[in-house]
Design a protein around this ligand. Structure first.
Ligand code: PEP
Ligand code: MG
Length: 584
């Protein structure tokens, strides 16, 4: 390996940091299980393990089927019959029977190979219906592999699996990313993806260097290759020379030192030079971040993505009211006296799925997601509303609704919230009467109506990730259009200005808030709060403290007259460079 030539692959940098180590490559559909040699005498035991996994999978799918039947009816649930049939498909099983003795490898890796082959054949057929069934097969494969895991983990792990590695994968879902074991994974690189995807957002909150959209990544790289991942420039260096390694080790040490210096300023207030206070809050996804919220000096939580409670829950259900209440209460207490803003379930789209969907959505970003899911499951929604209300009695909480497109949704959600207050009063359970209620502004139709919406709620929070996606019709997770995803498109900036000028406090909680070139623009447009991942707080704090609000305002007025995104970015970047050159 050592004499291999250094090779550089480039993609989009989505999470800063440098990882130096070895690569582990995962194939296209789901992680290939590790291959282990077995002996012929082990075959019966392997089949036994496999049979147990099949039975478990059968039970899981049947339970899922019943649940969907209950919620949506028999037609919707029929898809799970196909899953059950595939599970016992005789073609697959007889192929496995033939391959196992000839390969003499653990059964999961042979099963994986057999099913992969089958999927490739399906992908090639000229029948859209059959092609679409590949997703179902993949689902079954994943379940079986997962159910094979506990027994397989009793086998001794190979040395390279115990060590840390840089993960290279065709694609990682937000769920895969959240499941990454940080004690082993130094960073990750994928062939697909974009900076605004939830996978990238998670990488940043986990503090993992990440690069996405690297063409031919899985083809061109090999498990075990020495590698360096540069999350600042978006580069993966395979087989780095000794000189490159040295350069990166130095760079990493320098960056870490600079970051430690910034963290030392975490107690300082986020006021501009001319005295305008900008609340700097944290975006939070995981329980383990509770501690870093305090350490980062955040003034509370500006966006708590409650959909992450769906993680690790195979049934894709939110926990019940009591469990949510306990969880929210802990967060509220940890952040007191600062406010924690709970965003109600924002599942669906490219995010974590809620309830197994029985049919594919052609346009998931425009489909059953955000507040739409909650309003169509009012009882589940009300459990969450009551849990947040109850948590509000223990400190300072706020609530906001995602993906709002207009007044009707707001009215319905507010009515349900009022019902919940009544129920809590009947139960004799306390809540904060003054809890603030807000909405995310991330749909252009809602942004246009902010003058009206401002009469119904206490605050707005601009989701620049979705607002950009919907305003300029650029899918936030499609790497083919990632380079034209422009948060400074004049259309987006004008909608933001309109929102900020509707007369109620307005936060920016999308990823744009963490881009220090654009902080002057947000401040100048009138943001009263910026909420970013905890890793970005130290740098945004220093940025705010070096800005002059009046100067930002004048620049923002100019930006609102600009004709294109490049000009707007340049105007803001120039002011940023002038105000805090040391941060670039
Ligand atoms: C956004 O859309 O900008 C946002 C903050 O919400 P999310 O990224 O979770 O969709
Ligand atoms: Mg959003």
């Amino acid at each position: 390996m050592a004499d291999r030539k250094e090779q550089r692959l480039t993609g989009l940098p989505v999470s800063p940091g440098i990882a130096v180590g070895y690569l582990r490559v995962e194939a296209r559909d789901c992680a290939a299980p590790a291959i282990r040699k077995i002996e012929a005498k082990d075959i019966p035991a392997e089949w036994e393990r496999f049979e147990v996994a099949l039975q478990r999978t059968e039970e899981e799918i049947s339970a899922l089927k019943q649940r969907v039947e209950r919620l949506s009816g028999a037609t919707e649930a029929a898809i799970f019959d196909a899953h059950l049939l595939f599970l016992r498909d005789t073609t697959i099983l007889s192929k496995l029977n033939k391959e196992l003795p000839s390969r003499l490898q653990n059964i999961e890796s042979v099963y994986y190979a057999v099913v992969q082959n089958f999927m490739e054949v399906m992908r090639a057929v000229d029948d859209p219906y059959l092609r679409s069934r590949v997703l179902d097969i993949r689902d079954v494969l994943q379940r079986v592999l997962r159910n094979l895991k506990p027994a397989s983990s009793s086998l001794p792990p190979k040395q390279e699996e115990q060590d840390s590695y840089i993960l290279a994968a065709y694609e990682l879902t937000p769920g895969d990313t959240a499941d990454l074991d940080k004690s082993h994974v130094l960073g990750f690189v994928t062939e697909t993806g974009s900076a605004m995807s939830h996978t990238a957002i998670l990488a940043r909150s986990l503090g993992l260097p990440a690069v996405v959209a690297v063409p031919r990544l899985v083809m061109d790289s090999q498990t075990g290759s020495p590698a360096i991942l540069d999350g600042y420039t978006g580069t993966l260096i395979l087989n780095p020379s000794a000189q490159t390694r040295k350069k990166y080790n130095t760079l990493r040490a320098e960056r870490e030192k600079a970051y430690r210096e910034l963290v030392k300023m975490s107690d300082l207030p986020t006021d501009t030079l001319d005295g305008r206070h900008i609340r700097l809050a944290a975006n939070v996804e995981f329980v383990h971040e509770f501690k870093s919220i305090r350490e980062s000096g955040a003034e509370g939580v500006g966006l708590y993505r409650t959909e992450f409670l769906l993680l690790g829950n195979d049934a894709q259900e939110m926990p019940g009211e009591e469990a949510q209440y306990e969880h929210y209460r802990q967060l509220v207490e940890a952040c007191a006296p600062h406010e924690v803003i709970f965003r109600t379930l924002d599942a669906g789209g490219d995010k974590l799925p809620f309830e197994p969907l029985t049919e594919r959505e052609d346009n998931p970003a425009l489909g059953w997601r955000g507040i739409r899911v909650s309003l169509s499951r009012p009882e589940i929604f009300k459990q969450q509303l009551r849990a947040v209300l109850r948590a509000s009695a223990h400190g300072h909480a706020g609530i906001m609704f995602p993906m709002v497109s207009g007044i009707t949704e707001v009215r319905t959600a507010l009515n349900l919230l009022e019902e919940c207050r009544g129920e809590l009063r009947e139960r004799g359970q306390a809540y904060d009467e003054k809890m603030r209620v807000g909405i995310m502004i991330e749909v252009p139709g809602a942004a246009m109506m902010t003058d009206v919406l401002a009469q119904y709620v206490d605050f707005f929070s601009i989701g620049t990730n979705d607002l950009t996606q919907y305003t300029i019709a650029v899918d936030r997770v499609n790497y083919r259009v990632a380079s034209i995803f422009r948060v400074t498109h004049p259309g987006v900036v004008r909608l933001m200005a309109r929102t900020m000028r509707a007369g109620i406090p307005t936060s920016v909680c999308g990823e744009m808030g963490g881009d220090i070139s654009l902080v002057p623009l947000l401040v100048g447009l009138g943001a009263t709060e910026i909420s970013v991942g905890t890793h970005l707080l130290p740098v945004v704090r220093v940025a705010i403290r070096h800005l002059n609000y009046e100067e930002c305002r004048a620049m923002a007025e100019q930006a609102l007259q600009a004709e294109d995104s490049v000009t707007i970015r340049r105007l803001s970047h120039e002011l940023a460079m002038k105000s805090y050159p040391q941060l670039f």
